[in-house]
Structures are given as structure tokens and as C-alpha cells.
Design a protein around this ligand. Structure first.
Ligand code: ADE
Ligand code: ZN
Length: 351
């Protein structure tokens, strides 16, 4: 039986919206709102197969990951210049600031752009400049994670890593995204090994639609430090026990999972079970322009649907900081700020 969605208590909603938090799973191309797609299409003389914003938005009805990716790559085709990448990321940072995000580790998909002839340099310069400006204007500590498209070959991923090497200081890690099923982590063993040798952090999408085996192989073959999504892990109790014991973070994206039909509705989402199993899960927005909301929308809707409380809010925010790639000192300072916020809002800091 589906539980009746609850309305969030106003004090809990205020706490959740205003508490400091990190976002660790956001594809910057997935923050491209239809209005900006049309503005950039006009600026760059790109023809779109949709007459207007409303028609484009109406096409955001997905049946699975692939049906979304087809429209997501079409939307990204309007990005051409360094300024376009800056404008896209800046729009995200304004929303992130409004959602009390104080740290962000942001995915970008260079192959989506270099395949169309956009220089890697334009992508990375535009995004990096927005990250620097977000720190100056909002105090948001933002870093970039370069994702390889898993529907393309490992050779293409190796060439992308090579093209990115001169820009090594501008990103902190590599990830793996795009069509999951049929493109297992082991396809990218060599490129991830090279990335690790460069001192880059390593994450991978696994167990979004794909089986628990993909999560295991992301850990064992790619040596992923975090699993993006990972919600299919619950199908495999031994894997859950391992994820808990090794404290492998899962960057869970509730609204995305519902939009892409991984769960029938939010009340069926397994976030509560993941937390009850002792996993280091947290909430993220994935592709907020396509999935019905940014980070706080994910929090508020998920809390209402699953009946989560202030203890869950604390755990999710704390997990987001602990799972980040910040230094131990930065994490301690992020968590101290979270504790202060709970106390200032009149909520006890859980043990
Ligand atoms: N690229 C952008 N969003 C994605 C998702 N949810 N899964 C895989 N690849 C993606
Ligand atoms: Zn994702």
C-alpha cells in the first residue's frame, strides 16, 4: 500500500531548506534550463527542433535513462563558447546559494562538446571561472569532476583524459556517466587506472538502472571512492554489508529516480532503507532542470513522501560533507557549521 504523502512540518521544512549542505552529484549540463537553452540557441544561431520553451518542457516525460539522455544531449548542443559554459554554471550557483549549498563537486561531460568541435579549453575555462566567482560571491567551495561517456569507447575516454591533462589543476576527479546497462565499469579499467595515477579522485555511476554487479565492479575494478546512485544495491545484502563496512558513499538522487522510472513514485524510494542499513547516503539533484527541481526541492519532496525527520536531515547533510573530497580540516569545519545551524534553529544535534 502506498503511504499518503505528508505535509512537512514548517519548522522542519525551514531547517532542511536553510541547513548548510554539499551537492556531490549534479551534471552541470543537466542544470541547463529551457529558457537558457533558447537564449543560447539564439546567441549561437543554433536551430532547435522545438518551437518554444513550453514545447521543450512538455517533452520532458521520460520512460527510462536513455529516453532522458537523448533529449539531454540535444539540449547541450547549444553550448559553444566559454561564455556559454560560464553562464550555465553561474545560473546553477545562484540556485545552489539559494538552497544553502556551501560545497559542490560538479560533473561535466567534455565529450558531449568536443565531439561537436567545441575546444576542451572553452569548456574548462568557462566552468572554472564560474567556480572561482561562486567562491568569491557566495562562499561556495566548488570543484569539477570530468565524466567519461560510457556509451563511447575506452579509446575515446583515454583521448579525453589526454586532452584534459594540461588542465589537470582545474578538476579534482573523474567519473563515469551516460547509458549504464550494457556498458559495465570494467570497460573503462585502463582509463581509470591512468586517472588514479594522475592523483585524481575516482567516482562512477553504478546501480542506477544496472545490477549490483556493476557497483561491485566499480569498486573492485575502477576503485571508485563514491558510487553515484547505487540504489540497486539493496537487491544484494552482501553488497549492502560491504558498502556499510567500507563506508562507501552513495550519491542518491530521488527526483531523478522517479522521473526516470527507477521507482514508481517518491513514497516507494528506498532512501530510508539505505540510511537504516547504515549506508553513507545523501540527497542530490542529478539533472535539476530536467527532473523537477534543485537540491532543496529534492529534500522537501522526499521528506514529505517518506516521513523523514530532523535526525534524517542531519544525517544526510553530514554525510554530504563527509563524502566530499575536501580535506579533513575542511570537513570538520563544514560539520561544525552544520551543528551550529541545528542549534540556532532549536534542534538538537544527534549523537
Ligand atoms: N548523465 C546525466 N545524468 C545522468 C544520469 N542520471 N545517469 C547517467 N548519466 C547521466
Ligand atoms: Zn548522474
Amino acid at each position: 500500500m502506498t503511504p499518503t504523502p505528508q505535509r512537512l512540518d514548517p519548522a522542519l521544512e525551514r531547517l532542511v531548506r536553510t541547513m548548510p549542505k554539499a551537492e556531490l552529484h549534479i551534471h552541470i549540463e543537466g542544470s541547463l534550463e529551457p529558457e537558457l537553452i533558447f537564449a543560447l540557441a539564439e546567441r549561437n544561431g543554433v536551430a532547435l527542433p522545438y518551437p518554444d520553451v513550453e514545447t521543450l518542457r512538455a517533452a520532458y516525460a521520460f520512460s527510462d535513462l536513455q529516453s532522458f539522455l537523448d533529449i539531454y544531449y540535444a539540449g547541450a548542443s547549444v553550448l559553444r563558447t566559454e561564455q556559454d559554459f560560464f553562464d550555465m554554471a553561474w545560473a546553477y550557483f545562484e540556485r545552489a546559494h539559494a538552497d544553502a549549498i556551501t560545497r559542490a563537486e560538479i560533473f561535466f561531460d567534455p565529450q558531449t562538446h568536443t565531439e561537436r568541435g567545441v575546444p576542451f579549453e572553452a569548456v574548462i575555462r568557462g566552468l572554472s571561472r564560474a567556480c572561482e566567482q561562486a567562491r568569491a560571491a557566495f562562499g561556495i567551495r566548488a570543484s569539477l569532476i570530468l565524466c567519461f561517456l560510457r556509451h563511447l569507447s575506452e579509446e575515446a575516454a583515454l583521448a579525453t583524459l589526454e586532452a584534459a591533462r594540461p588542465w589537470r589543476e582545474h578538476f579534482i576527479g573523474v567519473g563515469l556517466d551516460s547509458s549504464e546497462v550494457g556498458h559495465p565499469p570494467e570497460k573503462f579499467a585502463r582509463v581509470f587506472e591512468k586517472a588514479r595515477a594522475l592523483g585524481l579522485h575516482v567516482v562512477a555511476h553504478a546501480g542506477e538502472e544496472g545490477p549490483p554487479e556493476y557497483i561491485r565492479n566499480a569498486l573492485d575494478v575502477l576503485r571508485a571512492e563514491r558510487i553515484d546512485h547505487g540504489v540497486q544495491a539493496l537487491k544484494d545484502p552482501a553488497l549492502v554489508a560491504r558498502l556499510a563496512a567500507e563506508r562507501i558513499p552513495l550519491t542518491v538522487c530521488p527526483l531523478s529516480n522517479v522521473k526516470l522510472c527507477v521507482f514508481e513514485d517518491l513514497s516507494r524510494h528506498n532512501l530510508r532503507e539505505l540510511l537504516d542499513a547504515g549506508l553513507v547516503a545523501m540527497v542530490n539533484s542529478d539533472d535539476p532542470a530536467y527532473f523537477g527541481g534543485y537540491l532543496n526541492q529534492n529534500f522537501v519532496e522526499t521528506f514529505a513522501a517518506l516521513g523523514l525527520d530532523a535526525g534524517h536531515a542531519y544525517r544526510l547533510a553530514r554525510n554530504s560533507f563527509e563524502a566530499s573530497f575536501a580535506s579533513a580540516e575542511e570537513k570538520a569545519s563544514d560539520i561544525a557549521a552544520l551543528d551550529r545551524h541545528f542549534e540556532a534553529c532549536g534542534f538538537a544535534v544527534p549523537e
